[in-house]
Design a binder for this molecule. Structure first.
Ligand code: NAP
Length: 403
């Protein structure tokens, strides 16, 4: 068999037995965690399918290594490779400070129109958590990735653009303080609906109980409020498969249906702390999603093990799986940090490929290794009786636990 490209047909992914998957090692600790993830994933695939399936990793460049090789932070070649092969995975990338650079991660999401940032957050027994009952948290956050104040429409105070915008606002009868900086928050019907549609489709596929639309619509009516309204409109497309909280209050039965509800953003943070088991899939705008993803990850035991993916469901099918933490430069090359975030992102990738058996093998061995108290420094320092291991040794322990 030979290496082949993954393709998409009418929104359905066709995955060959030997797909080519572009991989960005990443800056900083990328050099430590990425090879460990590859070794773990390759072993799981070998064990799950006895050699009938295999990933052909295709290294591509971005970040510091790309600068060294080509002078470009994000070479066109790398973007084109992802567009051509559809599914890719990346380690963390540094964000250059100053010089007007935008975050590479944000740029990639926008250039590839990866509109859904998907962050599952669940607790693994044995991981130290600040919560009394961390196991009650098991949510998947769908964060809109391309709009909101994150879209990069902003002007620094004192620039001619800011002055022009200030004039425009005044001509519209709005008062602003002189010398303000500005950021614009566009929220579109198309952008909101495709995100909520993806979240509901995911929830139905994975037999989840509810989708909560998280918004700040009580204050920002035409952006956050509109997001919520679009969400409920999209829910109607799913007919009898879904039911709204309002309908349940009116006496309809929710039996066998996916519950659609909404919560105001500030209340959502409280609810996730106080009644985590009442929440399941959460669909939200970009900035809310940024905050709630990290807060939820902290509840479950930290960013070192939180996985993530940026996906364009159904249209281009492009999906970029990633470690959610940064480059942690002080630990780069020390073989020390936790490879969990990238490994669990690879689990999401295997699920996206529909290689469920390999995904389960990796997740179970991860869980087992943590329960054996075999931990990298970040978790070991919080767990009594832990055996502290290096990044690569954690991967080896996982492989051993695959049997
Ligand atoms: P960071 O790289 O995530 O590191 C902050 C701290 O988090 C580390 O010092 C370490 O804490 C802990 N940590 C991060 N990854 C860990 C891992 N795998 N295992 C164990 N502990 C881990 O955040 P930062 O220092 O703010 O950012 C550094 C660079 O990364 C910046 O250029 C930033 O823009 C970039 N960044 C990239 C991404 C991405 O590519 N997705 C995301 C965020 C930031 P202790 O020191 O307490 O051990």
């Amino acid at each position: 068999m030979a290496a082949e490209k993954i393709t998409i047909n009418n929104g359905k992914l066709n995955v060959p037995n030997e797909p080519i998957i572009p991989i960005i090692e990443g800056d900083g600790v990328g050099v430590d965690i990425t090879p460990v993830m590859q070794k773990v994933v390759d072993t799981a695939i070998q064990k799950a399918y006895g050699g009938s399936k295999k990933i052909h990793w295709m290294p591509i460049l971005a970040g510091e290594k790309a600068i060294a090789a080509s002078g470009q932070l994000l070479p066109d070649e790398s973007i084109n490779a992802i567009k051509e092969h559809l599914v890719a995975i990346k380690g963390p990338l540094m964000t250059p400070v100053g010089g007007g650079f935008r975050s590479l991660n944000v740029t990639m999401r926008q250039v590839l129109d990866l509109y859904a940032c998907v962050r599952p957050v669940r607790y693994y027994a044995g991981v130290p958590s600040p919560m009394r009952e961390p196991e009650k948290l098991d949510v998947v956050i769908f964060r809109e990735n391309t709009e909101d104040v994150y879209a990069g429409i902003e002007w620094q105070k004192g620039t001619p653009e800011a002055a022009k915008f200030e004039e425009f606002l005044k001509s519209m009868g709005k008062k602003v303080r002189e010398g303000s900086g500005f950021g614009v928050k566009p929220i579109s019907e198309m952008g909101s609906k495709r995100l909520v549609r993806a979240a509901i489709a995911y929830a139905l596929k994975h037999k989840r109980k509810s989708v909560t639309l998280m918004h700040k619509g009580n204050i920002m009516k035409f952006t956050e409020g509109a997001f919520m309204a679009y969400g409920y409109e999209v829910a109607k497309e799913f007919g009898d498969h879904v039911i709204t909280e309002k309908e349940v209050t009116e006496g309809k039965s929710a039996e066998g249906k996916l519950l659609i509800k909404d919560r105001i953003a500030d209340s959502m943070f409280q609810q996730l702390l106080l009644r985590p088991d009442e929440y399941d899939v959460i669909a939200t705008t970009n900035l809310n999603g940024d905050y709630i993803s990290d807060a939820a990850a902290a509840q479950a035991g930290g960013l070192g093990i939180a996985p993530g993916a940026n996906i364009n469901y159904n249209v281009s099918g492009i999906a970029l799986f990633e470690a959610t933490h940064g480059t942690a430069p002080k630990y780069a090359g020390l073989d020390k940090v936790n490879p969990g975030s990238l490994i669990l992102s690879a689990v999401m990738m295997l699920e996206y490929l529909n290689w469920q058996e390999a995904a389960e093998l990796v997740e179970k061995s991860f869980s087992k290794t943590i329960q054996q108290k075999i931990l990298t420094y970040d978790l070991a320092r919080q767990v009594e009786g832990a055996k502290e291991v290096k990044c690569s040794e954690f991967g080896d322990a996982m492989i051993k636990n695959m049997g």
